[in-house]
Design a binder for this molecule. Structure first.
Ligand code: AFP
Length: 338
């Protein structure tokens, strides 16, 4: 097969009428910024980039130096191209307007600049996640409410995983595709077109240390998986947890599996752990476009009406068969206790 670069792929997508020139430019700019983040992360201790930045983000979490660096790289790269009306980052309380001296575009970009950043200091894969929305018509200075669109309205979503190889996984709503960074040439090259997540799986990802805080249906579901061949599911399940959503999702996108960050008693008041706009929505779009499913345990993630830029939700995603079983257990329990 003739190698296809990201740029060629974007031209093909334009010709197919899936994207316009502005969205194509936006993806090129994000991909270029992520190459810079890949360079920064790969320097490790030699680049002086490990450890805490000495500040907290909007979520009250300690920021890593690389959180701050990655955020700045993405903001700077996206400021001047004329493809954005504004952007929003998990690391910043409010949306970032495009400076007056630059032209404005019709897109809104949301990103988690460095997801899984607690893994940086131990040299485990981290990633960038992004989501693209259309700016509502006639809005010149987008405000928070202009970003609060359900995930079904995303025009594009993607993630970059900074692991042994740097990979970009991308969807425009016409399948999910993977690109591998050719470090010698400096280009992302198409490595998998139209990824399909197997419908059934024997592998699940969850942070088991929260087990005692989970709701009853989650307790029931996971205890059945752990019971293996001798239990009601009649088969053995394997478990993995990287604690870097990008890496966990990428494993699922590659060989199937199911990922859970459920509601639990510790995080009930905040609605969940993962952020709807920066993590759940883009990952749900990518996974659904690869034939998988994504719910909160009760509702389809992509249909949620966001109520806040930094809203958190429970996340169940991956191989359709297991997402459906776990979601059914939650819905049945809700009916039983209604
Ligand atoms: P950090 O970016 O703060 O490391 O959080 C990563 C994350 O949002 C997501 O990538 C992981 O799946 C999840 O948190 C891990 O959470 P636990 O540390 O509670 O397992």
């Amino acid at each position: 097969m003739k190698p296809v670069s990201l740029i060629q792929f974007l031209i093909e997508e334009r010709r197919a009428g899936h994207i316009n020139a502005e969205l194509s430019l936006l993806i090129e700019v994000v991909a270029r910024a992520c190459k810079r983040i890949a360079v920064a992360t790969s320097k490790g201790a030699l680049g002086g980039v490990l450890g805490n930045a000495g500040s907290d983000n909007v979520q009250g979490e300690a920021q890593k130096k690389l959180d701050v660096i990655s955020n700045e790289i993405l903001l700077e790269a996206n400021a001047w191209g004329g493809h954005l009306a504004a952007c929003a980052s998990e690391e910043m309380e409010d949306p970032q307007p495009i400076p007056d001296m630059y032209p404005k575009g019709n897109h809104l970009l949301l990103f988690d600049p460095l997801d899984g950043s607690s893994n940086i200091d131990v040299n485990i894969s981290v990633g960038t996640i992004f989501s693209v929305l259309r700016c509502p018509e006639d809005v010149v200075q987008p405000k928070v409410e202009d970003f609060l669109q359900p995930g079904t309205r995303q025009l594009a979503a993607g993630y970059v995983v900074y692991g042994p190889a740097t990979l970009l996984v991308l969807t425009f709503g016409h399948g999910t595709h993977e690109f591998t960074l050719d470090r010698e040439v400096g280009s992302f090259m198409l490595s998998r077109r139209d990824i399909r997540i197997p419908e059934q799986t024997g592998e699940f990802a969850i942070n088991m240390s929260n087990q005692r805080h989970w709701e009853a249906p989650m307790q029931r579901y996971v205890s059945e998986l752990l019971a293996g061949k001798e239990g009601p599911r009649g088969k053995d399940f394997n478990m993995r947890w990287v604690a870097s959503m990008v890496a966990d999702v990428h494993r699922i996108v590659t060989r199937g599996g199911v990922f859970f960050y459920p509601l639990d008693a510790k995080i009930r008041a905040q609605g969940g752990k993962l952020r709807l706009m920066y993590e759940a929505n883009p990952m749900a779009f990518i996974v659904e476009q690869a034939g998988g499913a994504a719910t909160t345990g009760r509702e389809r993630i992509l249909e949620l009406q966001p109520t806040g830029l930094h809203q958190r939700v429970p996340v169940f995603l991956g191989s359709r068969g297991e997402v459906e079983v776990a979601t059914r257990y939650h819905r049945e329990a809700d009916v039983a206790y209604a």
